[in-house]
Design a protein around this ligand. Structure first.
Ligand code: AP5
Length: 209
């Protein structure tokens, strides 16, 4: 299965991508996670990407397209993938269409007011990228990853002012992809409010249609 997950910042793309990856036995490829690791490691890509990410803007297309192309060429992606956070622009979608065919693009949609709460309460594991929420999806032991015991961190772009900027960037540059994939007969719409498990089951149902 070759899937793209669309949706505004905090819609639950990473959360659902992790569940879908386990269910479908294909890798989750998160461009946000790859970029955050590049920033943490101080690579050339990370140095170029950091200022864009910290201010809620998109990293330039040429950098992200080259990075995703490299990742899609890895062996584990041959059997399929779940792309979380890519494409984010029409130019990225066009580049992706030249690399591979897709089975579906799942759009997670929800009320905008929910997005601020989800982003500002998020905590992430810097080691294995597991995502938590202090109220809505807490770890078993406060402040520590359930899977590896690493102390959880707050993402640099989860400050409320940056979250608002990310939502604005999404509306301008990424929301047009909904029509792009609808026009190509690939779009599956999934309402993303409710329990994480309920949304997962809705997604599985949508993929059968
Ligand atoms: P990226 O990491 O992709 O961020 P994003 O799209 O803003 O999405 P998020 O990771 O914030 O949210 P999500 O939808 O994955 O939600 P999550 O599951 O975490 O990108 C970050 C930055 O990198 C960008 O701003 C850009 O600069 C750069 N970048 C990345 N890709 C790029 C590209 N292709 N081109 C250019 N630049 C790029 O859930 C959010 C919270 O809600 C969590 O706390 C979670 O526990 C909670 N939650 C999830 N589901 C539920 C639920 N059902 N009920 C209650 N809480 C829930």
């Amino acid at each position: 299965m070759r899937l793209v997950l669309l949706g505004p910042p905090g819609a639950g793309k990473g959360t659902q991508a992790a569940k879908l990856s386990a269910h479908l036995s294909v890798p989750r490829i998160s461009t946000g996670d790859i970029l955050r690791h590049s920033v943490a490691e101080g690579t050339e890509l990370g140095k170029k990407a950091k200022a864009y990410m910290d201010s809620g803007k998109l990293v330039p297309d040429e950098l992200v397209i080259a990075m995703t192309e490299r990742r899609l060429k890895e062996k584990d992606a041959k059997k399929g993938f779940i792309l979380d956070g890519f494409p984010r622009t029409i130019a990225q979608a066009e580049a992706l269409s030249k690399l591979t065919d897709l089975d579906a693009a799942v759009n997670l949609f929800l009320e905008p007011e929910e997005l601020i709460k989800r982003n500002t309460g998020r905590r992430v594991c810097p080691k294995d990228d597991t995502v938590y929420h202090i109220l809505m999806n807490p770890p078993k032991k406060a402040g520590v990853c359930d899977k590896c015991g690493t102390p959880l961190v707050i993402r640099a772009d989860d400050r409320e002012d940056v979250v608002r900027k990310r939502i604005e960037t999404y509306e301008k540059q990424t929301a047009p992809l909904i029509k792009y994939y609808r026009d190509r007969g690939l779009l599956k719409e999934v309402y993303a409010t409710g329990l994480i498990e309920e949304i997962f089951l809705r997604t599985i149902e949508a993929l059968k249609t």
